[in-house]
Design a protein around this ligand. Structure first.
Ligand SMILES: [Zn+2]
Length: 295
């Protein structure tokens, strides 16, 4: 073969190799683009699906919007009274966590609407109801187990409750009482509202009218400032109160207050001496039901 032919064939071979290489790369690029397009389409589909789910969730929360209905007859309803949610060991003020859980489940299963303090005020002041069956769950004294043992059940069944705080105990960080972080987390959930159980849990009926006013006013001021709320509800320690207490509670800026007088609550005697229903440990669910229905 002449030198010229060798150079020619080498050139031809080079052109062929380059050409094949180029074609292969183009094919690979095409495949890659197809792959990218496929992934993009899949992502788009997934995001459309997520949007749809969000829209459905928004629609269902819209459906859950509460309609208040004015009643012709005076409304009476149970305000449940709990304290510590822990093993009772003979103490009737403690309800074990599993019993509390079952009672909350019972309320949910039987379509009870659980009120916040502000909703309870609306019921009592306007004689309007947000549902056929209503109940207000209250827990006194601000025990830390309200966060560890009651709050999980409230979240699980999406029920509301109100915890009554003894403000000096929260301020001083008492070991068995709620911390500010726990209070703020529960408040942010929208499920738990907070009322005043006075500054020091004193027997109000044993105090002078001005000392009663101080207990109620100072605890309200503290709650308003630290929980960034307008506190409308007071709960008298151990239910103790007299005529001066009712006047002092109103003057301190509260709209309603509860006692430990047993029975259903209504507005017949004003809103500063509301009855409650005590929930004791070792109660069967039929016993719980009769507390709610037969008072
Ligand atoms: Zn108490």
């Amino acid at each position: 073969m002449s030198k010229g032919k060798i150079i020619l064939w080498t050139l031809v071979a080079l052109v062929l190799v380059t050409g094949i290489g180029f074609a292969c790369k183009k094919y690979a690029d095409n495949q890659h683009q197809k792959q990218v397009a496929k992934i993009t389409a899949m992502e788009k589909k997934a995001s459309q699906k997520a949007n749809k789910t969000n829209k459905q969730a928004k629609t269902s929360s819209k459906k859950a919007k509460v309609t208040w209905v004015k009643e012709a007859k005076r409304v009476s309803f149970p305000i449940l009274m709990y304290h510590s949610i822990s093993e009772s060991n003979g103490n009737t003020l403690r309800v074990p966590a599993d019993e509390f859980d079952q009672e909350m489940k019972w309320l949910k299963d039987h379509h009870y609407y659980t009120l916040s303090d502000k909703e309870a005020y609306r019921v009592l002041s306007k004689n309007e109801v947000p549902a056929k069956k209503i109940v207000w769950i209250t827990l006194d004294d601000g025990y830390r187990d309200n966060y560890t043992s009651a709050f999980p059940a409230l979240k699980k069944y999406h029920l509301k409750a109100t915890i009554n705080l003894i403000t000096d105990q929260i301020k001083n960080g008492q070991a068995n009482k709620l911390t500010m972080d726990q209070i703020k987390e529960m408040q942010a959930s929208g499920l738990v509202s907070f009322g005043s159980h006075t500054v020091s849990h004193s027997d109000l009926a044993a105090l002078s009218p001005s000392a009663q006013y101080d207990e109620l006013k100072q605890s309200r001021t503290w709650l308003n400032k630290n929980l960034h709320q307008n506190t409308i509800y007071a709960c008298y320690p151990a239910g103790k109160h007299n005529a001066d207490t009712l006047a002092a509670t109103k003057r301190a800026g509260y709209k309603l207050a509860t006692t430990t007088i047993p029975g259903l609550a209504n507005n017949e005697g004003g809103l500063y001496g509301l009855s409650r229903v005590r929930v004791e440990p070792n109660l069967s669910l039929s016993g719980f039901q009769s507390l709610l229905e037969n008072n």
